[in-house]
Write a protein that binds this ligand. Sequence first.
Ligand code: T4K
Length: 391
Amino acid sequence: MAKPAILGGKPAFAPGLKLVDISFSNYEFVFSRMREAMDSSLLTNNGMFVRQFEGALGKKVGVDCVAVANATLGLMLLYKAAGLRGKIIMPSFTFCATAHAAVWAGLEPVFVDIDPETFTIDPSAVEEAIDDKTSAIVGVHTFGNPCDIDRLSSIAKKHDVRLLFDSAHAFGSTYKGRAIGQFGDAEVFSTHATKTLITGEGGFVASADTRIIDYVKRARNFGFDDKNTDTLFCGMNAKMTEMSAILGLDILTGTHNAIEQKGKIAARFRSRLGKLPGISFQKVGSESYHSYCFFGMLIDPVDFGLDRDVLSRALAAENIMTRKYFYPPLHLHSSYKKYNFLKLPNTMNVSENVLCLPIHSKVSAKAADTICDAIETIHRHALDVRNARTD
Ligand code: T4K
């Protein structure tokens, strides 16, 4: 690649490489089940396919799983199910849903810093933030990289607070050989179209605690009793549809291979891009398996010669889509104005310099090499790229 596209060279990809590109395993499987659901005219309300999906999830994750309409509602239901009050500690470096769900559940989020290497919640910061109004800690397995679960568990135990995980990105990740989903009091996964296991919109709550599972099951269906006449408490509608479950059942059959493929692509990115100055990656603990829902890399603007935003624009010119997950960090969102004063240096550094590259089953080894070639070329022309006009 002689010249970056932003300087007039030929774009690396045509058509473009999307951040997400969904692969179904078996269209016939999907269509025949869609037809079955449509012919039965039972499209929702805990239908046969949702129940099948939950059973399959339970086998994969190793604990009971309750499907919900999306992970945001799953988090709200879990916060309620866990009987939380007062404050809930979480990282600021996460998607807004982790905190929004807490606010909707009447809780006060307390934003703490992340570990600068793993990009996951810093257990020491958690311990410092705990006070007598704290009822829970929420760890986020950022991009699919498991949190320091052991340290968080001992802190939660010592202070007698609940430990929950926002595992939106972590389907297929493991910690000490056990599937993510089995830790803390409960975990919530997203099956949104941008994730590894996809149902369009959707998610599920995983827990070994039958009280939590029973609560979420009832709460997602308005709080109705078993006869569906009286409501036992004020639940909501967070039911997954049959169509979503059918998509999930299909994609679930391909997730093992998809995650293996993502691991290979991540290794390729690490080995090639790691040779460039100013590029570093998320540290993965020796006991963790990262499923790479997203592949985030950190760009040091001085050493690399370009900042993250310019690199992102130069990659867009190559038709390579990237995303700044998560920028700005939550404590700087307008909806969290009263937390703007917080000083979270690791969060700021990662949020200002992180860039996520496409990593999905349609990113072949060849495509990964082309992405690396493009980044190397952009780096070689850093000075000109910095001065290039894009308007
Ligand atoms: N906790 C965490 C840590 C999360 O990251 C999230 C969600 C949640 C909780 C809540 O989960 P859910 O309630 O959503 O189940 C996305 C998603 O909307 C959001 O689900 C996700 N995290 C967040 C990290 O990213 P965007 O705005 O960056 O994605 P969007 O819609 O622009 O899509 C990105 C790319 O995907 C584009 O190339 C288009 C492609 N795409 C997208 C959709 C929706 C497709 O190819 N097909 C599609 O159907 O927010």
